[in-house]
Design a protein around this ligand. Structure first.
Ligand code: SER
Length: 595
């Protein structure tokens, strides 16, 4: 059974059990500042799990595209992916533990459906703690269906409790299903839930019973719900009798495209194979992000930053395979062709996908070339060192000034028989991070005098601009003053060189991206210590009241400020920088308008 067949069978099975099929949603969630991407099928359903009526009824089924970047460093092994598809069925106050488990069991084991032999199935259930009792009810159902006791593991909250990726919302104990991959157990305690590779989790039934509030309280839900999620890639791996998701037809056409670009045959070298897998996963995730109806483009913030990292990481691994030119878009094209059936948005946006990938790849290749050029200039001197050591300070300068990744500096150095003083690099890197953090506490702004509608918008724009400048130019940027009228804003800040056109464009794009995200502006009153501890920008040496106001713009900016500000930034218009010039020594001035 391949992925297309599995998707159809799942929908068919649950429709035969009176579930209504609903549409999967965007990868970029609406109105949820707690996450950048849809991380599970339940994400778009949170309001219904919390009690709202769903127009399609109380039993739902769908397939949903998801992105999880928490495990990005594990990508390249047999089963971790940043992008994956999840099949899900929901009960909104309808069936609960017994019904959910019976249906999961039937779909997995019945010869009419997946026909996985009972002997290969193992499960975990919640072992209980001070707040929620041990889940004997689920264990009883599994036993009745024929799962022997030694394949039912009781596990703690860290393993068998599920809530959305943000910290609040519907949550509860879960029961996870694992397939025995027919490897030797790692020891006497090896049981379902063990991470040694013998047991592969492919489905999770969550019993939503609580709403976790912002205060950390677990409120019982008025209506108990079920949320289940089955990973398509892993399940196909199991059904095909393979050990790795990459050995299925989900990935084989993508691997072929990488092989072609790299003139390398997958399977000949362990390290290179890992790079092939990383490229496949990252290009797949990037293709889906760019192909989403709410697509973002690569940038230095939020979802756009994750996209940039995925693309750049793919390029870097391409270089390990000897790829130097533009290759990502032909790989993306294979994914568009392969996945546009279930996800027609990919075909619809393929022009944009290809264009953005090419642009970002090109840009990064230029960064790399610049870095390599700088390295070559340093080389004659480096080679004079009898110990053949490159200082960490120099390696950091390449990173800080040219954005050249330390891994590449190391590669170039190794080729020349040099080693980098890594401890020194790490120290410089750490200091840089600390400075950024300290720099966060530099500016205090009093309230706005003219409180007309336009002036208030410009006032909010100064916060966006301030943050964007710090992102593009560095944490040394601190506000030195501002001047707002109903027609324009002026913003003075510390920086000792004229900004380049590219920097100005980046700053402008970051501000406009936030406006497009229509982030909410919220205000909290707290002590200055609490404000700075929460990362708010404030000025040392300024006189403060015992309590200060902190304005947050979504997850983007946070400043101590007297206000007032707009409530939602989506209405501010388009931000355009008109002029950037010197104001005094070491201080630059930007003049900008909202159009
Ligand atoms: N939300 C649960 C998970 O992601 C089940 O769908 O595992």
């Amino acid at each position: 059974m391949n992925a297309d067949e599995l998707r159809l069978k799942y929908l068919e099975f649950f429709k035969s059990k009176a579930h209504a099929q609903i549409q999967g949603k965007s990868l970029l969630p609406d109105n949820d500042p707690t996450v950048l991407f849809t991380t599970a099928g339940m994400h778009p359903l949170v309001p219904y799990l919390l009690g709202q009526e769903h127009p399609a009824g109380t039993r739902l089924v769908d397939y949903q595209k998801c992105i999880r970047t928490g495990d990005i460093d594990a990508v390249g092994d047999a089963s971790h992916l940043t992008f994956f598809e999840m099949l899900g069925n929901w009960s909104l106050g309808d069936y609960f533990k017994e019904g959910a488990i019976e249906m999961s069991f039937e779909f997995l084991t019945s010869p009419q459906w997946l026909g996985i032999p009972l002997e290969r199935l193992g499960v975990t259930v919640f072992e209980g703690d001070a707040t929620v009792p041990r889940d004997e009810e689920s264990a009883m159902v599994w036993k009745r269906l024929g799962i022997p006791e030694d394949r039912i593991s009781y596990r703690p909250r860290a393993d068998n409790w599920w809530g959305p990726a943000g910290t609040t919302g519907p949550c509860g104990p879960d029961s996870e299903m694992f397939i025995d991959m027919e490897k030797a157990p790692c020891g006497p305690d090896c049981a379902p839930g063990c991470s040694c590779g013998k047991w592969l989790e492919n489905w999770n039934d969550v019993f939503m019973q609580y709403n976790k509030t912002a205060e950390g309280v677990y409120e019982p839900l008025a209506r108990k719900c079920v949320d289940t999620g089955m990973g398509i890639e892993r399940t196909v791996t199991i059904l095909k009798g393979r050990q790795s998701v990459y050995d299925t037809e989900i990935f084989s056409p993508i691997i072929k495209a990488v092989e072609k670009a790299a003139a390398y045959t997958y399977g000949s070298d362990g390290e290179k194979d890992k790079s092939v897998r990383i490229i496949c996963d990252h290009v797949r995730a990037s293709t889906f992000i760019l192909g989403d109806p709410k697509a973002v483009s690569p940038s230095n913030v939020g979802a756009g930053y994750v996209l940039r990292r995925l693309i750049r990481r793919a390029v870097r691994h391409g270089r390990k395979l000897g790829i130097t030119g533009l290759v990502l878009s032909p790989i993306a094209q294979v994914i568009v062709d392969q996945m546009s059936g279930p996800y027609p948005e990919l075909a619809e946006h393929q022009g944009y996908i290809i264009e953005e990938l090419d642009k970002e790849e090109q840009k990064f290749l230029e960064t790399l070339q610049k870095g390599e050029h700088e390295f070559e200039k340093l080389l004659p001197n480096l080679l004079k060192d009898p110990r053949k050591i490159m200082s960490g300070r120099l390696a950091f300068k390449l990173y800080d000034t040219y954005g050249f990744p330390i891994e590449l500096t190391r590669e170039l150095a190794t080729e020349q028989g040099l080693t980098i003083n890594r401890a020194e690099f790490d120290e410089a890197f750490k200091k840089h991070q600390e400075l950024s953090r300290a720099g966060n506490e530099q500016v205090f702004k009093g309230g706005l005098v003219d409180q007309g509608e336009m002036s208030v918008k410009y006032h909010t724009a100064t916060h966006l601009l301030h943050k964007a400048l710090r992102m593009v130019l560095g944490a040394h940027v601190a506000q030195k003053g501002s001047n707002i009228t109903a027609e324009r804003m002026r913003f003075d800040f510390s920086h000792d060189a004229p900004m380049t056109r590219d920097e100005l464009e980046q700053v402008q794009a970051i501000v406009n991206e936030q406006i497009r995200r229509d982030l909410p502006v919220t205000m909290g009153v707290m002590s200055l210590d609490e404000a700075t501890a929460s990362g708010a920008i404030a000025l040392f040496g300024e006189k403060y009241e015992s309590q200060v106001k902190v304005y947050s713009i979504g997850d983007f900016s946070r400043e101590v400020c007297g206000g007032p500000h707009v409530e939602h930034i989506g209405s501010m218009g388009t931000f355009r920088i008109q002029k950037e010039q010197s104001s005094s020594a070491g201080v630059r001035r930007i003049r900008a308008v909202l159009e």
